[in-house]
Design a protein around this ligand. Structure first.
Ligand code: HEC
Ligand code: HEC
Length: 305
């Protein structure tokens, strides 16, 4: 019996659309440690009030509890801040995928006038005049002057440490624990309804672009940066990178514009607009229970070597 229990998830795994988050991925400790200091430092913003962590809150699943982030001088952005946790697993960065990887992404918020609002020259001048950063970067690059590329390099190295393994669901996939009946019903629904056709892989998303409202169009005007703003192709209107569902219970509000306040509300809209299905109250409860099993271990602010 024990043998079978152990084997069942392994057999299932061969066909499961979701794979567990690895315990650790390789990174350079010295670079990541320096990147961590910069991630939490307001030195990156024009008036020295905003850090990366201001909008990517470790006490809120690495995302922002506000529907729209607020940058320097109280300026409001036009998108909801997604989590930095597990972002390393996304095939592209940003809701519309305009950055090809984490290193490319870093300069986005630094230059964005509604976020940190710093030019390359301003940033390089400021970091180069900070003795502690000059010393730390010298140890890594062997150069006495720091460039924006050096800064992006160490911050993105740090982001490799921000992964959240060992959620109940991942432990279930590895055959270490069982799900409750309700959670298991929710997971079955997640697959049979078709949620897993878009939210799959290690991040349960982050690996394709899809339309918000593919079956029943969203009628309100979306004032945000969709794929269309990059490609100018009509078909790309309201198309976004499918967001990860990892730690989803922690990161309300939901959607690229923060328009869904609760998880139940978000998945009701998903089922209706992206699958053409109206869920019963019981189904909503079951799927929500399943989504609650996706909360992993939140990274500590200390990096373990
Ligand atoms: C003022 C708030 C704010 C600040 C400061 C900020 N971010 Fe963000 N971050 C956002 C928002 C909003 C988005 C989504 C923007 C979009 O997709 O168009 C985002 C997106 C991201 C993403 C992409 C995640 C994904 O799933 O696509 C990463 C990674 C990220 N930020 C890291 C950082 C880093 C590193 C810094 C510091 C250099 C930083 N952020 C500073 C608000 C902020
Ligand atoms: C056709 C692809 C597709 C299907 C099917 C789909 N989703 Fe989504 N999902 C998306 C996209 C795209 C978004 C981003 C929408 C936006 O913000 O504009 C999203 C967003 C979400 C969000 C909000 C995530 C966040 O961080 O804001 C949740 C929760 C969610 N989906 C759950 C589900 C569930 C549960 C199902 C099944 C009932 C489902 N999805 C089916 C593509 C899909």
């Amino acid at each position: 019996m024990r043998f079978l229990l152990f084997l069942a998830p392994l057999l299932l795994n061969a066909v499961e659309p979701i794979t567990p988050i690895p315990q650790k991925i390789p990174y350079n400790y010295e670079k990541a440690s320096l990147g961590k200091n910069l991630f939490f430092d307001t030195i990156l913003s024009r008036d020295q009030t905003i850090a990366c962590a201001s909008c990517h809150d470790f006490n809120h699943g690495g995302a922002d509890p506000r529907p729209m982030s607020i940058g320097v001088n109280g300026k409001k952005g036009n998108m909801q801040s997604p989590s930095v946790f597990n972002a390393v697993f996304n095939f592209k960065q940003f809701w519309n995928g305009r950055a090809k990887n984490l290193t490319d992404q870093v300069v986005g918020p630094i230059h964005n006038p509604a976020e940190m609002d710093m030019t390359t020259a301003q940033l390089e001048k400021r970091i180069n005049s900070n003795a502690a950063y000059r010393d730390s970067f010298y140890k890594i690059t062997g150069r006495s002057s720091i460039t924006i590329a050096d800064i992006a390099g160490v911050i993105s190295e740090y982001e490799k440490t921000l992964i959240t393994p060992n959620s109940k669901f991942d432990r279930f996939l590895r055959g270490e624990v069982i799900l409750s009946t309700e959670e298991l019903r929710g997971y079955t629904l997640f697959k049979t309804l078709g949620c897993a056709s878009c939210h799959n892989g290690v991040n349960m998303g982050g690996n394709s672009f899809q339309k918000f409202g593919v079956i029943i169009p969203i009628t309100r005007t979306l004032t945000t940066d969709d794929r269309y703003t990059l490609t100018k192709r009509e078909n790309d209107k309201n198309v976004f990178k499918v967001p990860s569902l990892r730690n989803i219970a922690l990161t309300a509000p939901y959607f690229h514009d923060g328009s869904a306040e609760t998880l139940q509300g978000a998945l009701k809209i998903m089922a209706m607009h992206n699958l053409g299905t109206k869920l019963s109250a019981k189904e909503i409860q079951d799927v929500t229970s399943f989504l609650n099993t996706l909360t992993g271990q939140i990274p500590s602010k200390m990096i373990i070597k």
